[in-house]
Design a protein around this ligand. Structure first.
Ligand code: ATP
Length: 218
């Protein structure tokens, strides 16, 4: 299967980070920005970089944007450009359009006009940092829905030396352990007899109130 081709429109802090990460993971990435200087500065973090205005349909056509598997629109401040770009990409038949939204209203409009995925990096990162500040044992946090999340959490000391079956997390806390990280090794399919060791990190999915209870167990 051919490798996925990505295009990132808007090479600000968020867009350039998305582009650079994809490129470092070995994917082909086209970076696009209206700012020539930013395009020049991006040559080392993308496969190709082009200066053009993404609200100009002809410019997007000449780049062949339709041929990319995923197009990321990382224009934040200029909401009008973000919306026009998304609409144009949609009309051109781009398969997967991922767009960064400034706020909920912006996000709602993007969804209405056909963005396949809307991301809120500032909001989500803020929530992750806050969770980590409340409990230093919470290493990472991903919201799945209003009531459900995935937590990456330092294993409580009272779990150490006991198997998942003995701890009985599912029944006692209503949460599911998806993975156990032990130093550099990660067990992505834990079974009942797996034993938690000192320093292990648990990746747990559950309702927020159940996860809070689990976090308070030490
Ligand atoms: P970040 O927080 O990621 O740095 P931001 O949310 O402040 O970015 P902007 O700075 O508004 O977002 O936009 C990101 C980039 O998108 C900028 O480098 C800007 O030049 C580029 N950009 C804005 N409008 C267009 C457009 N119409 N076509 C191409 N690039 C654009």
């Amino acid at each position: 299967m051919a490798q996925k081709q990505f295009a990132v429109i808007g090479l600000g802090r968020f867009g350039s980070s998305v582009a650079k990460t994809l490129y470092e993971l070995g994917y082909d990435v086209l970076g696009i920005d209206v700012d020539e200087e930013l395009v020049q500065d991006s040559v080392d973090i993308v496969t190709h970089a082009v200066a053009c205005d993404s609200t100009d349909e002809n410019a997007l056509k000449s780049i062949g944007i339709r041929n990319f598997d995923v197009v990321v629109v990382a224009i934040g401040d200029d909401v009008r450009s973000s919306i026009l770009t998304t609409l144009t990409l949609k009309e051109m038949g781009v398969k997967m359009i991922v767009v960064k939204a400034q706020d909920t209203m912006h996000g709602k409009v993007l969804e209405k006009i056909g963005a396949d995925r809307v991301v809120y990096p500032e909001r989500d990162m803020g929530a992750r940092v806050a969770h980590n500040l409340i409990s230093p044992n919470i290493l990472d946090y991903i919201e799945l829905a209003d009531d459900y999340s995935i937590l990456e959490i330092q294993a409580p000391s009272k779990f150490v030396g006991r198997s998942l079956e003995q701890i009985d997390i599912r029944r006692k806390y209503g949460c599911n352990v998806m993975a156990i990280k032990h130093r550099t090794h990660i067990n992505i399919a834990p079974i009942a007899s797996d034993i938690i060791q000192e320093g292990d990190v648990l990746v747990v999915v559950g309702r927020n109130e159940d996860l809070d209870e689990l976090d308070e167990t030490r």
